[in-house]
Design a protein around this ligand. Structure first.
Ligand code: GLN
Length: 285
């Protein structure tokens, strides 16, 4: 005979994690809203819920990320299905979405010619987070999303289906811009590539231990994906097109240099909510 209050008081889990997991369980099993964690906290829970709770609790204690346990993660203003084949979208990556939206909205406002559909390319899409947040928020945009991993593309495509975006999104397997037709040009090319350097101790800590290594690290110095992307993107940026990448906390200077060497202009550093340089944008002309 257990209640929400008793479970929350006795669990060794982080309080926020415990509440998120339990809210999901009572939602799925009992159709209770989140507010039931307060309003029904002394009601006796059925065995189905307490058993499912024990499973969730032990998985979380073993370190499994909350998002993989639930199979869901909120990102920007959409919800995504996630599984161990994809990186769990991070809140700081919402910065890329914000920057891309600003660019597109500003370009469309300044445009004197008839507005054609905005074309966006997302490289290393994973769950589809960036691609789908942009497609969802730009109702006339067409988004191409590339990933090496077939598992990731299947999850991204399932997310596109759930969000009713299949008609404006395209999912392509391959390495960075290699699978993109030589003549294709994009108004925004965006990427959150695996930028953690090989041997970084963070790879052995917390949620990262459960995520696909290839989505986190390039197994080199953390800069190798950018070298390829910066070079290949030049042939595929439309006039006034924006290249936009997320990067690690200490990579900004090295990447600025690389962009300059490749001939990019209007290079700008962008900071995340924690005040850390987190993204770079650049244009060709
Ligand atoms: N931002 C992620 C982290 O630090 C890394 C994701 C990535 O390599 N793109 O956990």
């Amino acid at each position: 005979m257990t209640s929400i209050k008793e479970l929350l008081n006795s669990t060794p889990l982080d309080k926020v994690d415990a509440r998120v997991l339990l809210a999901h369980l009572v939602g799925v099993h009992l159709s209770w809203p989140k507010s039931a964690l307060i309003s029904r906290d002394t009601d006796v829970l059925p065995d189905s819920v307490t058993q499912a709770w024990q499973d969730y609790e032990s998985r979380r204690l073993d370190g499994e990320p909350v998002a993989y346990i639930l199979g869901l993660k909120d990102f920007y203003n959409i919800q995504l299905q996630v599984a161990p084949g994809v990186l769990i979208p991070r809140p700081e990556t919402e910065l890329l979405v914000e920057l891309a939206l600003n660019h597109v909205q500003k370009s469309n406002k300044n445009s004197t010619v008839e507005i054609r559909p905005t074309k966006i390319l997302d490289l290393g899409t994973g769950s589809g987070a960036i691609a789908l947040a942009l497609a969802h928020n730009l109702p006339s945009a067409h988004v191409t999303a590339v990933d090496m991993s077939q598992d990731a593309l299947e999850i991204a495509q399932a997310n596109a289906r759930t969000l009713d975006l299949l008609d404006r999104t395209e999912f392509v397997q391959g390495s960075w811009l290699e699978p993109i037709h030589a003549l294709m040009q994009f108004d925004v090319i965006v990427s959150n590539p695996p930028y953690i350097r090989a041997g970084d101790p963070h790879l052995q800590e917390g949620d990262l231990r459960f995520e696909p290594a290839d989505a986190l690290t390039d197994h080199e110095d953390g800069l190798s994906p950018y070298k390829i992307i910066f070079n290949q993107a030049k042939a595929h940026l439309a006039p006034n097109g924006l290249l936009l990448v997320e990067h690690g906390y200490d990579q900004s200077d090295a990447l600025k240099q690389l962009l300059e060497t490749e001939g990019y202009q209007e290079i700008q550093v962008h900071f995340d909510l924690a005040g850390i340089s987190r993204a770079l944008s650049a244009k060709l002309r």
